[in-house]
Structures are given as C-alpha cells and as structure tokens.
Design a protein around this ligand. Structure first.
Ligand code: SF4
Length: 213
C-alpha cells in the first residue's frame, strides 16, 4: 500500500502510526525521510572513518605505529602515501589534510571499527571471521565484527585507543582464573590461553605506541 501514489499516508492512517517516518520504516520506502536519514548517517560514518584513518596516518608520521597482524600491511601503505606526498612537491611543505585524505580515501572506505581493533576489510578472502563462519558467510561483502578474532586476522590492527579494552579483558580473566577450582582444569587452560593472548596484544600495543609503563 505504502508504495502506491498517496499510499504512504493511507498506510500511516491504516497502521495508526503517529509519524509518517515510522510508516516509511515499515514499508522500506526508498527516497523517503528515513532514506535521507540513512544517507546522512552513512555520510557521517564515512567522515568518521576518514578521521580515524587520518589520525592513524598522522600517528605513523609521528612514530606511533599500529600493532596487530595487519600492522605491516598498513605500515607499507602509509609509507606509500608518504612517498606520494614527498614526490608531489617540496619536501618541507606541510601537506594539507585534503591531499592526504585523497590518498587515504580507499583505505578509509574499507575501515570497520571494532571495539578492540580496526578492521581494514580490503579482501574478504583474508577475513578470518568469514572463514570461521564458513558456508554461511560465502559471498559476504562485510566483515562479521561479532565474530572478530583480531589477534589472528591479517586485516586487523590494534592501536593505543584499544588498549583499555584489552587491559580490561586481561584483568577480568585474571579474576576468573583465580576463582576456578582444580576440577575445572579445561576451563582454566582455556582462559589462561586467552589471557596470554590479551597480554601479548597489550605488549605489542605498548611497544608500537609507546604506551608502556
Ligand atoms: S576477523 Fe575481525 S579484523 Fe578480520 S576481517 Fe573479520 S572483523 Fe575484520
């Protein structure tokens, strides 16, 4: 009904919705207020990703490096961007953010922000989350952030901003391990392995970002 001429209002009245925006949501109506809202949200999200990528690049220029399995690929890319900037003019001129932004655009578009890592989703065939999901994820064009295993995925990087999440994770595991009885050896071994992983990630972040004590 909502897709017919004048149908949106009719559907609103029929469904007793207070706002026509709600009806659009139900009807998935293209071009409506909800679509405009989603487009604005997408634009804002893209701009935020660009700011994150730009910040990571500026950190790189200041000697603050990413950690994680995807760090060396990201460093190679940042070195390439730096080279492009150097070859495009006098070396001592500070480049405008717009110039850097143009070079970072594709990489920023591929960026997904996980709570404990950045995911540079450039190649679905390398995505560990999709491999773990198996047949269910065949043909996927987005990462499965909920299944992210960033300590092992070649597209993941860890930065100083992720440190509190890993530190909290390590602390909670220490508390759990201390309360586990001898009978639960398997559970203790599993948590100890995960704790070792958390501590390794923290140590790598500290080395690369200079956040160590
Ligand atoms: S495992 Fe994590 S970092 Fe790797 S592709 Fe999936 S979401 Fe991205």
């Amino acid at each position: 009904m909502a897709h017919r001429p004048g149908g949106l209002l009719a559907a609103k009245i029929h469904l007793k919705h207070i706002s026509v925006v709600t009806t659009e949501g139900y009807a998935d109506r293209p071009g409506g207020a909800q679509s405009v809202l989603m487009a604005e949200f997408g634009q804002e999200e893209q701009e935020h990703k660009m700011r994150v990528a730009l910040n990571a690049f500026h950190n790189y220029q200041n000697g603050i490096r990413p950690a994680g399995p995807g760090a060396s690929d990201l460093l190679d890319f940042f070195a390439f961007v730096d080279e492009q900037l150097d070859s495009s003019g006098a070396p001592n001129i500070k480049r405008s953010d717009q110039e850097v932004t143009n070079l970072l655009a594709k990489r920023a578009k591929a960026l997904h922000l996980g709570p404990a890592n950045y995911c540079w989703f450039l190649d679905p065939s390398k995505a560990l989350c999709l491999k773990l999901a198996g047949a269910h994820a065949r043909g996927a064009t987005e990462p499965l952030i909920g299944m992210c295993d960033s300590a092992r995925c070649p597209q993941a990087t860890h930065h100083a901003g992720h440190r509190p999440v890993w530190a909290a994770s390590a602390e909670s595991k220490k508390v759990f391990i201390a309360t586990i009885g001898r009978a639960q050896r398997t559970e203790k071994a599993r948590l100890s392995t995960e704790l070792a992983r958390d501590e390794r990630v923290l140590a790598e972040i500290d080395v690369q970002s200079g956040t160590g004590a």
